[in-house]
Design a protein around this ligand. Sequence first.
Ligand code: PLP
Length: 406
Amino acid sequence: MYDVDTVRADFPILSREVNGKPLVYLDNGASAQKPQVVIDAVTRGYAEEYANVHRGLHYLSNLATEKYEGVREIIARFLGAKDAEEIVYTTGTTMGINLVAYGWAMPNLEPGDEIVLSVMEHHANIVPWHFLRERQGVVIKWVDVDSTGYLDPQKVVDAIGPRTKLVAVTQLSNVLGTVVDVKTICDGARAKGVPVLVDGSQATVHMPVNVEDIGCDFYAITGHKLYGPSASGAIWMRRARMDEMRPFMGGGDMIREVHKDAITWNDPPMKFEAGTPGIVQQIGLGVALEYMMGLGMDNIAAHEKALRDYARTRLDGLNWLSVQGTTPNKAAIFSFTMQGAGHAHDISTILDKKGVAVRAGHHCAGPLMDFLGVTATCRASFGLYNTTAEVDALVDALELAHDLFG
Ligand code: PLP
């Protein structure tokens, strides 16, 4: 039985006030708060167990290495991956996608080759492909969503032509909350011999994920949204794809031998991990994922689904609010604009006065903003510790904003 009050007690920040009001944290889409177990793990990592990894033969280095390397298995379990060696550590999704862009796509794509993207991608899954467009003439093909924010997986498969070399798509929109049927996309892409990169930044926060079941080739996650430390993360890459890749960054750890006129690479995953990594961050990520799995991903999903339904009903009752993305299969993420209000920033500033933290802006999704015909929205994004009372607090604050804007 999922007891949200018990869960909330694990997150010390949730008991603080903001602007004299109890904090209502609805900016989880940007970054999530951390449970005490993660804070403790990070503190212990520095206070008692810190040394560089892989290098030393002393007690602390061995301890740090063991804990740091142990997280690969935790991430593999979290993602349903068969082999922990297919997990490459990153500082987050941005780095993971750049690794694929530089390490896999850059050496393998020719001018005129295509990458298929949905219009709902985050800039982290757009800008690296623009680099390839600018530098080597790669063509980006865009697939639109419908007016409800639904992405038809068949439209993505149909966009794959003879020159398509990669499909890169999010599993859950950070703006609309739309859940994308990436499995159908992967089935269709595989039949055409095209690999798929899935941006799992948001999906892994809200639902159970299994990369083998999805059938993708690359799956990127970001630790700070998963209740873990910032600058932690990973990308799962199918072993066969790893073998097709060049390293992205050069430096210590990713090599086997270095001479004046020759180098050889280490084996994956080390081949893709240059330099001193975020040791304590990754250890904290492991603890965060164990925390989520301890609560149960199905339980988290069920709790958030109930929140989504409640929030949808309450927000639908505000006829001066336009909520973007009404497709039924979506997470508890609501982007909206308000009739009569100037900029989304004005609404979020008023909400903040009531202790309600939301995001305002383009949410790093420029093409989607163009598609929706807006420059910015406010976004309330819920997480595993939010409550229906917080939905009410959001609605009260929105009503106040509406009264003020007249
Ligand atoms: N992809 C999606 C869907 C996101 O929501 C985000 C973060 O907001 C990212 C990618 C980028 O993640 P990060 O900044 O942690 O690398």
